[in-house]
Structures are given as C-alpha cells and as structure tokens.
Design a protein around this ligand. Structure first.
Ligand code: ATP
Length: 691
C-alpha cells in the first residue's frame, strides 16, 4: 500500500464451522485462491452430475485466523498510513451471520476478541503518545443507515430514546459529509472506546431467521485524525480519516424468508447493496465517466471513501457451509469486482488553518498562535468546552493551551452578551451591536416558561457544567470531594517523600562508593607494604561504611513501603475521582433534568444523601458494574495489561445504561404516582461513600 497506483485490496475471511463444505469450497495452498464447485441441473435448482466451477484469486484468505492476525493483515498498515495523512477505508461485506461485526467491532465484552475498530483506536493513541513534536487530535462519528434513513448513533438524544435528528448527505468542497452528524473529540483510548460501545448498543437490531442478533443496517464508524506541530509556530495541520464500514447482510431477499418489516428492511438492504455493486463496477471501469454515487444513501456517503485517493481494503466474510454456498459465490464475485477497483492513494495536503484578525468592531487582538477563528464555529466551541470540562474534572491531565485561550475567549463573549442584556432590561448601561439582538432575544426568552426546556438543553450542552461542578463540590458532593482531596494530598506527600528517600539513597550510595574505593586503596597499599595497621582514619571509614550500609538498607525498605503506599493511594485517588465524577453526573442530571414534581416525589422516605437518587426505591439495579469490573480486572489484567481502557470503557457504557434505565423508571413513576417498584428494596444504595 503506498502512494503509487494500486488496486483495492480484497481479503476473504472464512467463518469457522464444524460443517465446512470441503467438496464445494477449496481453499488454495497459496492462501489467495478459492475455488467453488456447485452441482446444478440444467434447469437450475435440482442437483445432477454437471459441475460448475468458479475460481477466485484475491489478496489473501483469512482462514482459522485470529482477530489479532486479521488486524495485522488488513488494517495495521492502513492505520499507520492514516497517521501520515492518507485516508483509509475498511469495509466488511457478506451474508448475515458470516462475521462482519465480529471482524469490524469484535466482541465488546472480551478484550481478546476485540475487532478492527478497537485495535485501530489503540494503534492511533499509542502512536500519538510516541510522537514527540506532533500533536494528534482524534474525533469520532458513528453513522447508521437503516432503510435509507440516516441515524446518528452518538447523538445525545439517543440516550433519551429519540431518533429524530435530521441528517442529510451533502457534497462539500472538502468532500462528502453528513450534515447534522455529531463528531466527538476524544482525548484518550478509553473515551474513544466508550463512544464505540455506546454506538454499538444504539444500533438497530432486527430479529431475523438467519441470525437472531442480526443487524439490519449499514454502520459507518469514522475516525478523523489531525496532526499538527506542538509548538503552534507552525500552523500546518495534516488531516486524514479512517472509515470503517460494517455493511448489512448481503443475502438475497428470497433466502431470508422475512415478512412485514423485515421484508421491507431486506429490500432496502438488497437495493443499497446492489447500488454499491453497480458503483464498484463503475469504479473498476477506467473508461466510465459517470459514477452512480447518488443512487442510495450508502453509495453517496461512501463517495470519497472507496478507491480514489484512499487506501481501501475489503474483507468479505463467508460462511463455508453447503447451504450458504450460493451466497458465498455472490460474495466472492463482489470481492473480485472490488479488487478491480483502482486506487491512487496520495496523502492529504497539509492545509493552513484559517487565522482571521479582528476587524473593525472586533473584540481585540488575538495572538497569531491562537488558531481558532475569531468566532469559533459550533464544532470548535463544543470541542473547547468539552476539553476544558474534561480537564477541570480531571479526566485529562494535560490540556492544550489553545483550548484554554478558546475558553477565555468564549467566556468574554458571554460576558459581553450578559452586559448588553442587562442594559436592555434596565439593569445596566451600554449600547447594542446589531448581531447581539438575536442573543438578547434568546436570553429574554429564558424568562418565559417554555424556556425551562431550552435552559435544560443549554445545560445539557455543557454551558454551565463548570459552575455546576463547583457548586456540587461545595454542596452535595462535599464529602466525596473532601475525601478525594485528602487522598490526593496524601498521595502527593508520599510521592514527595519517596523522591527525597530515593535522593537520600543515591547520596548514600555515592558516599559508600567513595569510602569503599578509599578502603580498597588503603588495603592494596597495606598488602604491598606487607603490614596490617588500622589507623584512626581507616577505622572511622569502616564504621562510616557500616553506618551507611544500614542507612541504605533502611532507606531501601522505606522506599519499597512508600511505593506500595503510593500504588494504593493512587488507586484510591482514581476511585475517588471516578466516584466524584459519576456522582456529579447523577446529581447534575437529577438537579437539571428531572422535572420538579419527580424531585418532590423522591423526597419522602429519605434514606438518601443530599443530591442522590434513592435508586433502591425506584428500580432493581443489576450487579454493580464497578464490582464486576474489579473482579474482571483481577482476572484479565495480569495477562493483558493493555486491556484496561477497553474494560473501563465497557464498564462506563454499562453504568450509563443502568443510569438511563433508572431514569426511565423514574419517569414512569412520575406518570403513575405512588407506584414504586418493590424490587431491589433490600439492595444497598449504589452510592457508597469512599472510606
Ligand atoms: N471468525 C469468527 N470466529 C469466531 N466466531 C465468529 C467468527 N465470525 C463470526 N463469529 C460469530 O458468529 C456470530 C455472527 O457473527 P456476526 O454478528 O459478526 O455476523 P454478521 O456478519 O455481522 O451478521 P449481520 O449481517 O447480521 O450483522 C457471532 O456470534 C460471532 O461471534
């Protein structure tokens, strides 16, 4: 794979089965060719002795191949290239149940069987951590195409059960994009995995005769990568994206035996896949002028992700059983066509981020190194807020100074709006700029009743999170915050002590080496002179050495103890930070998102601490995810230390869903006053203070 003219790479992955049709499917010893033999009657259908053979030769067969090996064969290079500015696409195609999702996402509850997406995320963040002067920014989107409708699998409203965001495919100057699709900045592996798991749970699942968990939609997970110099003196920014596509099952309509809604789904899937096939045929034909991208949402979205200047890899998943041989054949034909598509990958040109200076009426001078626009666009504003909030909450330990500058800038803007509004409503003095009218109207609308909802949305968007967090730390979360700070203080003091003990040990060691050298020299001299007289000086050196050795041993033991203490303290601090954040999230949602009357309903009985929802009165929670996580950690971590972000993200997703279920139960309760489920009454509160 390189910048030269090449073809799209096509691999075939064979799903393991005990009933592999050996007489019908022959895998070549070159690990590239595959032959199919089907016995057909001249009129089709019934079997007689006339054989029909097909031979295919692709870039590789993945038979009895581990997830790791699949990743290394099909994706590793493509991901590495993406970090050098090349766009990359990996697509899984095949009949339902043949292993597309297994290949692309893998098993989300088992680190060892994770698929291409989690491994790509790991590779990117690992590489990013190793770059010295390059800062890598990663953003993620997750799109689902179901029955020719587009859905944002990461839209915040999905958590609330709505699927009504309007998404539209658009052709822009920089390629195709989906208007309205949320794109999420992520700063570490766990965060990215959390989004993946979140999106996975939001996928449309239709019950199907071939596979009860079959996904009937096409899913496109995109990683947008930006690399730029860390020192901001160089404004160049290299952009690339990796598009990871898990297509819906490709089986023919007649085979699914589906009816009703499933028949409709199957017909949409068949249509979009046959348009994809037509597109691939057109792309493979160098003389073809018109490429039919716009025939379906799928082909339109993939316009700049197949072939062209993009490294493209197709994994065709096949089911090697006799009853599926027709589907296998059709999948292999698709793979061959895809293999004919040529690609000419070229790295994206580094581009210069737009830097506008403040014009007349502008708010002042922004330093050149500040490369956000003077009025940050919506996605930038969201990114700034998200990063600053994460920093404030301790989710990330370091923050890019640009985000702080951006935050400062936005706060100034908000202050200005505030000032102008005060003036308008007689609370102060000042004049208005025409462009502030809309904001003033918006603020005024906050005083009306319906604005309560908007305010919630505003808070949901994170506008006031920082303030809310400060408030939480002082009030409802005071106890846990104090414990957090105290543990942190102990941790810092232990670290300092360990540092000074280590210095002392080193100092002792140097002294010991000096004395040992002096004594050795003295011994040599004595033996040359054939005498053995110990003078006061040597005696004091020997005594000093003994003393230093004892101090060294004691220091070493102290250092070991301190290390163990630090490790323990670090775990406590991490636990507290996590608890602080999760309690804050719950408090925040309860305070801002639960209607007043439900809050009232929660008051009596009162076995809760301020700000906490009495979950045991509302619903029976499943096993505590935290406990499960810890048990699992003990089992898995020693074997696969890299699995921690994976399982943490998994746990976070489960916690979030438990929370959403609880919220749903709360809302149900608010509709039926007095109806409190008895289940889980004996269960302890899930919010336990850290002791
Ligand atoms: N190579 C493999 N090794 C082990 N198990 C596999 C493999 N491929 C698929 N499976 C298992 O087969 C089942 C179906 O696979 P999967 O859900 O990935 O199919 P699919 O092609 O994505 O189906 P759909 O079109 O319905 O989404 C899953 O339980 C999966 O774990």
């Amino acid at each position: 794979m390189g910048s030269t003219h090449s073809r799209v790479q096509a691999f075939v992955r064979v799903k393991p089965t005990a009933h592999f049709a050996q007489d019908m499917i022959k895998l070549g010893s070159d690990n590239k060719s595959i032959n199919i033999y089907i016995r057909r009657s001249p009129r089709g259908g019934a079997v007689n002795n006339s054989h029909t053979d097909w031979s295919f030769k692709l870039d590789g067969l993945l038979h009895n191949t581990s997830q790791k090996m699949v990743y290394e064969t099909v994706a590793k290079d493509l991901v590495a290239k993406a970090l050098q500015g090349y766009n990359g696409t990996i697509m899984c195609y095949g009949q339902t149940g043949a292993g597309k999702t297994y290949t692309m996402t893998g098993v989300t509850s088992d680190y060892r069987r994770r698929g291409i997406i989690p491994r790509a995320i790991h590779q990117i963040f690992k590489a990013a951590a190793e770059f010295l002067n390059v800062m890598v920014t990663v953003r993620i989107s997750y799109l689902e195409i179901y029955n020719e409708a587009l859905f944002d699998l990461l839209a915040p409203e999905l958590a609330r059960g709505c699927r009504d965001t309007q998404l539209v495919v658009r052709d822009g100057p920089q390629g195709v994009y989906v208007k309205g699709l949320s794109i999420h900045p992520v700063s570490h592996e766990e965060e990215a995995l959390h989004l993946l798991f979140e999106g996975e749970t939001n996928r449309v699942i239709g019950e199907h005769t071939l596979n009860k968990n079959s996904s009937r939609s096409h899913c496109i997970f995109t990683l947008y990568i930006e690399c730029r110099s860390r020192d901001y003196t160089n404004p160049k920014c290299l952009k690339s994206k990796i598009t990871l596509i898990d297509l819906a099952g490709s089986e023919r309509l007649s085979k699914t035996g589906s009816e009703g809604q499933l028949r409709v789904e199957a017909s949409y899937i068949n249509k979009s896949l046959s348009f994809l096939e037509q597109l691939v045929i057109a792309l493979a034909d160098p003389k073809r002028e018109h490429i039919p991208f716009r025939q379906s949402k799928l082909t339109h979205v993939l316009k700049d992700s197949l072939g062209g200047n993009c490294n493209t890899v197709l994994v065709t998943n096949i089911y090697g059983e006799a009853s599926h041989v027709e589907e296998t054949l059709s999948s292999l034909r698709f793979a061959t066509r895809m293999n004919w598509v040529t690609a000419e990958p070229v790295p994206n040109e580094p581009f210069y981020k737009e830097v506008r200076t403040a014009g007349a009426g502008g708010r002042g001078i922004i330093p050149d190194s500040f490369i956000f626009r003077i009025t940050p666009v919506k996605t930038q504003r969201e990114e700034i807020r998200s990063q600053v909030q994460k920093y404030l909450r301790g989710v990330i330990k370091e923050i890019d100074v640009r985000f702080l500058k951006g935050w400062f800038f936005l706060s100034q803007q908000e202050e200005e709006v505030e000032f102008r509004l005060r003036s308008k409503y007689g609370l102060g003095h000042g004049d208005f700029a025409a462009d502030s009218e809309a904001k003033a109207e918006w603020r005024a609308a906050l005083h009306t009743e319906e604005a309560q909802d908007k305010q919630e949305d505003t808070v949901m968007l994170g506008l006031d999170l920082e303030e809310a967090f400060e408030l939480f730390k002082k009030e409802a979360g005071r106890e846990i915050h104090q414990i957090f700070r105290e543990n942190n203080r102990i941790l810092i003091s232990r670290k300092k002590r360990s540092c000074s003990v280590a210095n002392r040990i080193n100092h002792n060691k140097q002294q010991m080496e000096g004395i040992t050298e002096a004594l050795e020299a003295w011994k040599r001299k004595q033996s040359q002179e054939g005498k053995m007289i110990i003078k006061e000086k040597e005696l004091s050196l020997i005594l000093k050495l003994k003393e230093l050795k004892e101090a060294h041993r004691a220091g070493f033991a102290e250092l070991q103890d301190l290390k163990a203490e630090i490790q323990y303290c670090q775990q406590l601090v991490d636990k507290c930070r996590k608890r602080l954040i999760s309690e804050f999230e719950i408090w925040y949602k309860e305070s801002f998102l639960i209607p007043e009357h439900v809050r009232e309903a929660l008051k009596p009985g009162g076995n809760t601490r301020a700000g906490m929802i009495p979950i045991n009165r509302v619903t029976c929670l499943d096993e505590d995810e935290q406990d499960r996580f810890e048990q699992m950690q003990e089992m898995v971590l020693p074997e696969s230390p890299g699995s921690e972000p994976f399982y943490r993200a998994r746990m976070k997703t489960e916690q979030k869903h438990t929370f959403n279920r609880t919220m749903a139960a709360l809302q149900k309760m608010s509709r039926k006053p007095g109806l409190v489920t008895a289940a889980g009454k004996k269960k302890a509160l899930s919010f336990l203070p850290i002791t």
